[in-house]
Ligand binder design. Structure first.
Ligand code: F3S
Length: 384
């Protein structure tokens, strides 16, 4: 791999040992994937936001960064908090939360605490090179915005944030952004999150190209999050909707490797639970935007939920929403507005035997959770 003068200075340790180790790590990471060079990034997004007491290696590395007083070189945001104050057991499991947050604050990381960073403080432009972790954010940046990032891991994201570089391979290069699998739709009632879940399972890590459907940005967010969880998809295209796929001819190199068709029966088969059996309902994962909360709010106005129901929201969106009349109406109905990650927060369940969710990502990661459409979830909490 070619290293320029600035990168070589960092590697030699002229700005301290921690930065030297970060640069060495990025070089080795790049060499493993046959990268030819390191390229500058416009922003970073870090995913290691859960202060789990047992991951000592991470805290040792953060301590070294703190000792050398290293700061991030590009705007850097961070994933949601884990809901450490939800329950005594969470307080114990996430016992290093305060320490972790102090370290990130010291590095200059923006304390947005959201996986939907692109809706606010970290909105890239088409073609920007990024070093993001968090599969749902990577998916949105690549697919919907047309920025370029690999699915980086926890720690690689930090190495990139403090050096300002990332190795150039994978989704940073044109040839890996081409479509591989054509996805045809035979669907009468769209459920984008379920569709994303099924596509992720079927294509695993290939780049799917979905035939034209007028998905909203919320649907693209929720579909992408599910696809990136049930598979390892980091980039999808929708013909005539996402920026790199104006038509079928220009997104494939010749013909697709394969074609698959997703049917209404495939979507229906994902719905595993009768709404009557649900003991609680979780909306939002990736975290809910202000607009999504407003859309759902109309169902809760002047109604009471019959079982515990939560909206998991972007913290900034929650602050805005709870000040509105609709936000107040939703809270009066008994819905809890929360600004952390449901998967981390509810991993111990706390008596929630049958959580029902319309989020394909939450369904995948929160074990024992059932999947339902938005309407089924509204029925389960007794407002329709
Ligand atoms: Fe975000 Fe947590 Fe879901 S990080 S995508 S709310 S699993």
């Amino acid at each position: 791999m070619k290293i320029d003068a600035e990168q070589e200075c960092m590697r030699r340790g002229e700005s301290g040992q921690a930065l030297s180790l970060a640069m060495e790590t990025l070089i080795k990471y790049g060499e493993a994937f046959k990268a030819q060079r390191l390229v500058k990034i416009k922003s970073a997004h870090v995913a290691g936001s859960f202060g789990i007491f047992s991951i000592r290696g991470l805290y040792e590395i953060l301590a070294r960064i703190k000792a050398d007083n290293l700061k991030v070189k590009v705007p850097t945001t961070i994933n949601p908090r884990p809901g450490e104050s939800l329950h005594l057991l969470n307080k114990i499991i996430f016992g290093k939360q305060n320490y972790l947050e102090e370290c990130f604050k010291g590095m200059g990381v923006t304390n947005n605490y959201s996986c939907v960073c692109y809706e606010g403080l970290n909105r890239p432009a088409f073609g920007d090179v990024l070093a993001w972790a968090e599969s749902s954010a990577v998916q949105y940046a690549n697919s919907v915005i047309g920025a370029r990032t690999n699915r980086n891991s926890v720690l690689i994201d930090i190495c990139s944030a403090i050096t300002g570089y990332v190795p150039e391979f994978g989704y940073l290069l044109d040839e890996h952004r081409r479509g591989k699998i054509l996805v045809k739709l035979d669907i009468t009632e769209m459920d984008a999150s379920a569709l994303g879940f099924i596509i992720g399972r079927r294509v695993v890590d290939k780049v799917p190209v979905i035939e034209h459907y007028p998905f909203s940005t919320s649907e693209l967010k929720n579909m992408g999050g599910a696809m990136a969880a049930s598979g390892a998809v980091a980039l999808f295209h929708v013909i005539g909707v996402t920026p790199e796929a104006p038509d079928v001819q220009s997104i494939f190199d010749g013909k697709p490797e394969n074609e698959i068709t997703i049917t209404q029966a495939d979507l229906d088969a994902l719905r595993t639970c009768k709404p009557e059996r649900a003991t609680s309902v979780v909306f939002g994962c990736p975290q809910m935007t202000y607009e999504e909360a407003m859309e759902l709010a109309v169902y809760f106005d002047k109604r009471k939920v019959s079982i515990p129901t939560s909206f998991f929201m972007i913290p900034e969106a929650k602050s805005r929403f709870e000040k509105t009349d609709m936000g107040v109406a939703v809270m009066k109905s008994g819905v809890k507005l929360r600004d952390f990650c449901p998967v981390a927060g509810f991993s111990l369940r706390f008596g929630n035997k049958h959580i029902l969710t319309p989020s394909g990502k939450c369904f995948y990661y929160l074990s024992g959770t059932d999947y339902g459409t938005v309407y089924e979830c509204l029925r389960a909490c007794g407002v329709v």
